[in-house]
Design a protein around this ligand. Structure first.
Ligand SMILES: [Zn+2]
Length: 456
């Protein structure tokens, strides 16, 4: 039988497919044509059917589907580590909001590149960036530019906030939803491409009027855009909604028909049984951010209740301001540790379930389960290659457990997105990393001085 041509073959490694059977193929191979996987299987079988000019030999290594980060704020990469020890709203007021409004376009671009580079080093191939509401879209275009430069797959969340001063929100971020949506329609048309799509991102339940939420719901349905919002990270959401509408936040949004399978609810810590029941009925997706939640001391999401209710759970870093990193491998480990400790049961959450959240769960959360999340024929070739020969990772008995609990970015040697190698031998190919790191250090200090929160 004549061999079929494809663009690239990865052979010799162990494939952690994340398919329905969670099949692991020792000495496997993947054939890739354009941006898609055209064959997955034992190397002997794939190589008897396909040939390619380019081959990557992955003998002794492990090939995983790319990780999907369903919540971050890339502009915050420049405020990494500032404000440690502050409470959530102190930190938003003194660090996060001023940096969002004081940032230059170049600083936003560099901040996006810096966070994106770290993501790629950690095997992340898709990032949902939740931009804060801004008076102008200039900075957001720069974050979009950074995705394109890196070759990183992204969902750009359009930050929306229009009121809530009486609940402590900063008016510098307010903008009528109707005005923001009109502009974002144009921006999404200009920036959308094969790798970049858009979502609507109302920041908080009490930052949007009832009318605003109705408009957001309609817009998302009309344009098939997912919606993502922070909810119940603290008790404040319920308190504010009780004052404004006499109902807690999740039931209030249910009463106006807001929830649906296209909504990614971020944090979800202070949840009542009624909230979880509504989420299950509406198939709302969860973005779980364990590192950020621990760093800000806001509590622990009731993940077992989510699982019992059959909710889709994805994982995320959150912005570098409340995580200090974009490392999804660390997020996976912390998800495990947080719940093992919290439930006082080491078996309560296992490495396989955690990897499922970071791959398949993420794909489902952003509505791309047909396209992403596993190494299967017809899916996008988004993956990373893991080298176990690192002191932290050796020896490997169970590759899934090793990835989650005993690895880090230095174990990730190659990252591929849509069939393109964006990092090889630990070196990002789409930017000059050493030069950029120096420039980021310089520009981040400039921003900190400008906004007045630099410290020696
Ligand atoms: Zn957030």
């Amino acid at each position: 039988m004549a061999l079929q041509n494809c663009d690239l073959i990865i052979s010799g490694g162990t494939l952690i497919t994340q398919n329905k059977q969670r099949e692991i193929i020792v000495n496997g191979a993947l054939a890739i044509r354009g941006n898609r996987i055209v064959a997955v299987g034992p190397a002997g079988v794939v190589l008897s059917r396909f040939q390619a000019d380019r081959r990557i030999y992955a003998g002794g290594k492990y090939v995983f589907p790319g990780l999907i980060n369903t919540h971050t704020h890339l502009f915050q990469t420049f405020i990494k580590g500032l404000g440690e020890g502050l409470t959530l709203y102190e930190w938003i007021d003194t660090i996060s909001a001023p940096s969002a409004s004081g940032m230059s376009e170049e600083q936003a671009y560099l901040s996006g590149l810096l966070g994106g580079m770290e993501a790629i080093h950690c095997g992340t191939t898709t990032v949902l960036d939740f931009m804060y509401s801004m008076p102008s879209s200039k900075l957001y275009r720069q974050i979009g530019r950074s995705f394109k430069q890196l070759g990183l797959r992204g969902v750009m969340g359009i930050g929306l906030m229009e009121n809530g001063e009486e609940h402590g929100l900063s008016p510098c971020q307010f903008r009528p939803v109707v005005e923001a949506l009109a502009e974002w329609k144009d921006i999404s048309r200009q920036l959308s491409d094969e790798l970049l799509s858009f979502a609507l991102a109302p920041e908080l339940p009490f930052g949007i009027t009832r009318k605003g939420f109705e408009l957001i719901r309609q817009f998302a349905t009309d344009y098939h855009m997912p919606i993502t919002l922070h909810i119940n990270e603290s008790q404040d959401d319920d308190k504010a909604n009780m004052t404004d509408y006499g109902m807690r936040s999740v039931p209030f949004l249910e009463s106006i028909g807001f929830w649906g399978p296209d909504v990614i609810a971020v944090h979800c810590i202070k949840m009542q049984p009624e909230d979880i029941e509504i989420f299950a009925r509406r198939d709302v997706k969860i973005s779980h951010n364990p590192v950020s939640n621990m760093y800000l001391g806001v509590g622990r999401a009731p993940i077992l209740d989510f699982q019992k209710a059959g909710l889709t759970i994805s994982l995320a870093t959150d912005g570098a301001g409340s995580n200090n990193s974009q490392d999804m491998i660390e997020v996976m480990k912390c998800a495990g540790l947080l719940h093992k400790a919290g439930y006082e049961n080491p078996g309560v959450i296992r490495a396989q379930a955690i990897l499922d959240m970071a791959t398949l769960g993420g794909a489902k959360a952003i509505g791309q389960e047909h396209n992403l999340g596993s190494l299967e024929v017809n899916k996008q070739a988004d993956l990373f290659i893991f080298d176990p020969l690192r002191p932290k990772s050796t020896p490997v008995f169970d590759p899934v457990s090793s990835l989650v609990f005993s690895s880090g970015p230095d174990s990730v040697v190659t990252t591929m997105i849509a069939g393109k190698v964006v990092m090889e031998d630990g070196k990002i190919l789409t930017v000059d990393e050493p030069e950029l790191l120096q420039e980021c250090q310089k520009q981040a200090w400039r921003l900190a001085n400008q906004v007045g929160y630099a410290h020696p």
